[in-house]
Design a protein around this ligand. Sequence first.
Ligand code: FES
Ligand SMILES: [Fe+2]
Length: 464
Amino acid sequence: MNHPKDAKFELLKQEQAGDPGAFQKLMEQEKVPVPDHMASCNHITADDDLSIERYTSQEFFERELSKMWSKTWQFIGREDQIPNAGDHLLYEVGDMSVIVMRGSDGKIRGFHNSCLHRGRALRMTPGHVKELKCPYHGFTWSIDGALASIPCEWDFQHLNKATHDLPEVLVDQWAGFIFINPDEKAGPLLNYLGVMPDHFKDYQFEKAVTLAHVRRRVKGNWKVTQEAFMESMHEHVTHPQLLTFTAESDSQYDCYGDNISRSVTPMALPSPHTRGVIEGRTFYDTLVESGRMATADSDKYSLSEGQTARVSIAELNRQLFAEESGRDLSHVTVAELLDAILYSVFPNTQIWAGYGMNILYRIIPDGHDVDSCIYDVMVFGRNKNGEPPKASAEMTVLSVDQPFSAAPELGALGPVFDQDVRNLDAMAKGLRASKKGAVTLAHYQESRIRHLHETLDKYLNAAE
Ligand code: FES
Ligand SMILES: [Fe+2]
């Protein structure tokens, strides 16, 4: 018999299929109680075009830096990435550079990355230090930010030591995620996150461990890159290898308050644009091609007689995620074991919900370059209850010439991101070549993109 991966199917015209109500119909089929946030929808509606200038204008970009990036909570990294005193991360947007350091007391603090002597950056890379000693003349601070020593102190008698601890940046944490806010007067992170802590309360992200972290500079405005992950409509043409197991045009899109939006894409179901995909092919392709199931070992697992791919893979995930985390997951919906449930936190971070193999994307502007950004992808598993935490993966930094598929830790996700990046390169070119001067969004499937711009406008139009 032929291998299921070779089973043929028919591809329908792109115009012909898709159902915004499809996910709620799946919720009605769940055999366990469905959490309220999974059983509801929250749409926004508007249809205006967006000006191309929003993506290409240096003036617009500078206003974003001064009025939005200076005011918002931004994801820095995971607590599990800096487990020991002296471990630190760097976060840079525009001219802002922040060291996020685990102190001797275990507390995580943010410091402006600028020596109080003549201003050299104290750290150029993340890593581990015993103290923060400036590599220029040797002014030194403790890892808690207290001034420790001054070179040739006899020559600095005019310096008031009491005012020369390192200035701090606001840091807050939720579920193991570390955020900073450059605005000293910012409200609490939990308020900013809106519905998210409630929607994520069962997923135990505080026990998450970073299994992979890959960074690459990509060409394109930061919003273009962010938007590449805010709709599933592009799958049909950009990622055709996913159509046998991803019902992209049956996705649900929701927006909550100013800062949170989500999309939910049914998985282990073929695209509504296909006809005749056999369950065996959907089963095989979901395991091997999706890059985020509990296993990609297609030799060890196969579809049982009479079972659907969706239920079989959900049960496999249920079993393997339970083994990984040591949790009882018998009460958990198929959707939360399987589907692509992707939340975004304004302005630049997207986190996949669910019980295992969650992905995070973060897009940071690249200095003052309106046409370049830094793209980070992280993949999370879970630490097991009662066992020592696993070590967090080191960050792999790819050069602009390297594809994401050069990072083996991303598995099947790497080639998918490479397909996305090809669009980003061409977006940077095409937006500048536009005669129309505007982009037109799909009313429903691109509503998260509109939401991003609506929130951005609130910052840009706010009084000083
Ligand atoms: S600039 Fe840092 S010690 Fe001189
Ligand atoms: Fe994509």
